[in-house]
Write a protein that binds this ligand. Structure first.
Ligand code: XIL
Length: 330
């Protein structure tokens, strides 16, 4: 019971809808989620291409089915995701309109989705409002997403303001991104954005570190420094999509981790979770979410030519030593 050891939210990403590994139809996955986690993030079902397939059409049925499950199990939900350059419907990518049209369209998109869940459920406790707005190169480079080009450079501020009016004061609003645990210039870009948002009284509550990391990177010291810089802004920090890929030095193709690799993965989870707890004081902890229930569910195994074993349960639903490693850190 991982979550009962923690004084912060402990979450997992789950599939819903027609996915073969949908939490709604997989009894062994339900058993794991209900035993070990108190929070779920919908891995895909609340993304704009599924929730908002046409400008005038919202499709909440599959997301609502997941919400009903979470309510029945007493789980809370981290909403993912409102504004992102990927997994968007074509109509957004191709939207032709003036800047005012873009602004109105974005406001409506955010308000309709956030209000739907706020009005029908009381367990959506946080949202990823904007995801991956920055390029990896650092500087102050905002990605040239359609949102930036359409709405303007202030689209991030506008998105948070819209989300706050729809969600109310009690829902935590996150900016979410990857790589800043190990990329100081990207982190600095994000911190500069935070400083500007706060100077303009834009309602942001936290920064989500996706934490798609591996056995080598980040080193624990770099990671703790990155966390501390966010904490120093008075924001919460949440590890939103954690998984730990194999060492880049392991180039061989393997079908399962050796016992030694399982222990190394457990040690890595323990070290990273401990680093989070040391660097982030209790009041600033948004918690930790692992990106997938088993290795069979892990997105790391969708796109790569070698297998990865980055989450807490094996494909046969047995717990890894990494589950104990995580628990030992708590
Ligand atoms: C991934 C899902 O895990 C995959 O199933 C999907 O095919 C692509 O998206 N950053 C994010 C997540 O914010 O939404 C992504 O999830 C992983 C990277």
């Amino acid at each position: 019971h991982l979550h009962s050891l923690a004084d912060m939210p402990i979450g997992v990403a789950v599939e819903a809808g027609g996915a073969i590994n949908s939490i709604l139809t997989s009894t062994p996955r339900q058993a794991i989620v209900e035993a070990h986690f108190d929070t779920v993030t919908p891995e895909n079902i609340m993304k704009p291409f599924l929730l908002h397939p046409q400008q005038e059409t919202y499709d909440f049925a599959n997301a609502d089915a997941l919400m009903d499950y979470t309510v029945a199990q007493g789980l809370v939900v981290h909403g993912h995701v409102l504004i992102w350059h990927a997994q968007q419907p074509d109509w957004i990518n191709n939207f032709a309109g003036t800047q005012a049209d873009w602004q109105a369209m974005m406001d409506d998109h955010i308000a309709t989705i956030v209000e739907h869940f706020a009005q029908n459920y009381d367990n959506v406790v946080s949202w990823d409002v904007v995801n991956e707005a920055f390029l990896d190169g650092g500087g102050s480079q905002l990605r040239d997403s359609v949102w930036r080009l359409g709405v303007g450079d202030d689209y991030i501020a506008r998105a948070f303001t819209s989300a706050r009016s729809a969600a109310g004061a009690n829902v935590d609003l996150y900016y979410n991104d990857y790589g800043m645990e190990n990329n100081g210039s990207k982190l600095n870009s994000i911190l500069a954005m935070v400083d500007e948002l706060q100077a303009n009284s834009v309602p942001i509550d936290g920064i989500g570190f996706q934490m798609h990391v591996n056995m080598d990177y980040p080193d624990v010291g770099t990671f703790k420094q990155a966390l501390a810089k966010v904490v120093s802004r008075g924001l919460k920090v949440k590890l939103t999509e954690m998984d730990v890929a194999r060492s880049t030095l392991d180039t061989d193709r393997i079908s399962q981790l050796t016992p030694e690799m399982q222990i190394a993965l457990a040690d890595r989870y323990q070290a990273l979770v401990s680093a989070y707890l040391e660097a982030v004081p209790a009041a600033s902890r948004g918690g930790i979410t692992v990106w997938g229930i088993t290795d069979a569910d892990s997105w790391l195994n969708r796109n790569t030519s070698r297998l990865e074993f980055g989450v807490l349960f094996n494909s046969d639903f047995t717990p890894k030593p990494a589950l104990q490693g995580f628990a030992d850190a708590l």
